[in-house]
Write a protein that binds this ligand. Structure first.
Ligand SMILES: O=C(O)CCC(=O)C(=O)O
Ligand SMILES: [Fe+2]
Length: 327
C-alpha cells in the first residue's frame, strides 16, 4: 500500500530486510530447504535484527579457553594481539600486571585455542550466517573479551569494513554465565532499520585514515538522535554459558556499563562475511619497528575449513603488507 511514499530503502540491505522476506522464509520451510527452527529464527531476524541460539559449550570446554588465555598472558607470543580501543599490540609487548584489565580484548584467539577454533568454525553458527547472507559465509575475525567491553552502541557495518557494505553478520557467545553487573552485551531490537549517517557520497563506513574526529562526533550525534526518536528499547543479554546472539550488521549494540568492572564477562565474538566477496583478511598491529612507533599491516588469504564452515587464518601469521602512520 502506498509503496511509492515509502522512504528510500537503507543501503546494505540483505534479503531478510526485503518486504518479500517472510514469504521467502515460509517457502523455504515448505520445500524443506530450512528446518522449522531455522524458519522461526530467520523470521525473528527479519523483524528484530537478531536471534538467540544454544551452543554446546561445557564447563570443561570453557575452562580450556580460560587456560589458553592464561597461557597467552604467561607466554606472550608475538603472533597474537590484544587491545583496548586502538589498533592492537602483540602479546610479546604486553605487561601482564598492567595490561590484563577491564575492557581488554584478544584478537584471533582461535589461532591459539582449540576450543576457540571450534567456536570459530562451529557448524551451527556457519549454517545461520550463510542463511542470513544468502550464500556461504566465512568467519573473518574473532574477538575474546574477559571483561565487559564498555563499548558505546554502534553498528558493525559502519566500523568493520567488508568488500560489500552490509554483507556482514556477527555472533556473540557467552563463555560463562553472565552476571548482570558485569556489563552484558546491550542491543536494540529493530534498530537495524534506522537510517545511516553518510560520511560522504554514499559512504557509511568509518575510515580512521580519512575521517576527522569532528565527523565521528557528527555521526555519533546522528545515531543517538535517531535512536531516541525511534523510541526503540535497549535490551541486555544476560546469557548463560553457551548461549549465542546472532545479529544483523546494522543492529545497534555495545557493552553495557558494568556496575562492577572487575567482574568477568567472558565472551567470544565472531564476524562473518561472504566467502565469495572476501578474498583476504587484514590486521594492523601497533609496534616499534626500526625505532619508530607505527602500525604494521599484515594480510592472509588462508582459509581454514571444517566441513562446510570456513574462516580466515590469523593475518599475523600471514604476509607483511606495509607500515603506516609512523610517528
Ligand atoms: O562484547 C561487546 O560488548 C560488544 C562487542 C562488539 O561490539 C563486537 O564485537 O562487534
Ligand atoms: Fe560491534
Amino acid at each position: 500500500m502506498f509503496s511509492f511514499f515509502r522512504k528510500p530503502a537503507n543501503p546494505g540491505l540483505i534479503w531478510l530486510d526485503e518486504r518479500t522476506a517472510r514469504r521467502r522464509i515460509a517457502a523455504d520451510a515448505r520445500t524443506g530447504t530450512i528446518s522449522a527452527d531455522e524458519e522461526a529464527q530467520l523470521t525473528k531476524f527479519a523483524r528484530d535484527g537478531y536471534f538467540i541460539i544454544e551452543l554446546d559449550l561445557s564447563q570443561s570446554d570453557a575452562a580450556a579457553i580460560d587456560a589458553d588465555v592464561n597461557r597467552l598472558w604467561n607466554e606472550r607470543p608475538s603472533n597474537i594481539a590484544f587491545a583496548y580501543d586502538s589498533p592492537p599490540k602483540r602479546f610479546s609487548s604486553a605487561e601482564p600486571l598492567q595490561d590484563r584489565k577491564p575492557r581488554y580484548r584478544i584478537h584471533e584467539l582461535h589461532a591459539a585455542s582449540e576450543q576457540a577454533l571450534r567456536l570459530y568454525l562451529h557448524p551451527l553458527l556457519h549454517r545461520y550466517a550463510s542463511l542470513i547472507l544468502g550464500e556461504p559465509a566465512v568467519a573473518t575475525q574473532s574477538l575474546y573479551f574477559e571483561y565487559g567491553s564498555q563499548q558505546l552502541l554502534h553498528r558493525d557495518s559502519t566500523v568493520v569494513p567488508t568488500p560489500h557494505f552490509g554483507r556482514l553478520v556477527a555472533a556473540w557467545i557467552a563463555l560463562e554465565d553472565i552476571a548482570p553487573e558485569s556489563g552484558p552485551l546491550a542491543y536494540v531490537p529493530g534498530s537495524q532499520r534506522l537510517p545511516f549517517f553518510d560520511f560522504g557520497t554514499n559512504e557509511f563506513t568509518y575510515d580512521p585514515s580519512r575521517h576527522t574526529p569532528a565527523e565521528v562526533e557528527r555521526a555519533m550525534t546522528f545515531y543517538s538522535g535517531e535512536l531516541e526518536r525511534s523510541g526503540l528499547a535497549r535490551h541486555e543479554f544476560v546469557a548463560k554459558r553457551g548461549q549465542a546472539l546472532i545479529w544483523h550488521s546494522a543492529l545497534m549494540h555495545g557493552g553495557a556499563m558494568p556496575a562492577d568492572e572487575n567482574r568477568t564477562r567472558k565472551s567470544f565474538v565472531v564476524h562473518y562475511s561472504t566467502l565469495r566477496g572476501q578474498s583476504s583478511r587484514e590486521c594492523a598491529v601497533t609496534e616499534v619497528a626500526d625505532g619508530k612507533l607505527g602500525e604494521s599491516v599484515f594480510t592472509t588469504t588462508d582459509v581454514l575449513q571444517h566441513g562446510e564452515a570456513f574462516g580466515f587464518a590469523n593475518p599475523l601469521d600471514g604476509r607483511f603488507l606495509h607500515r603506516r602512520g609512523e610517528r
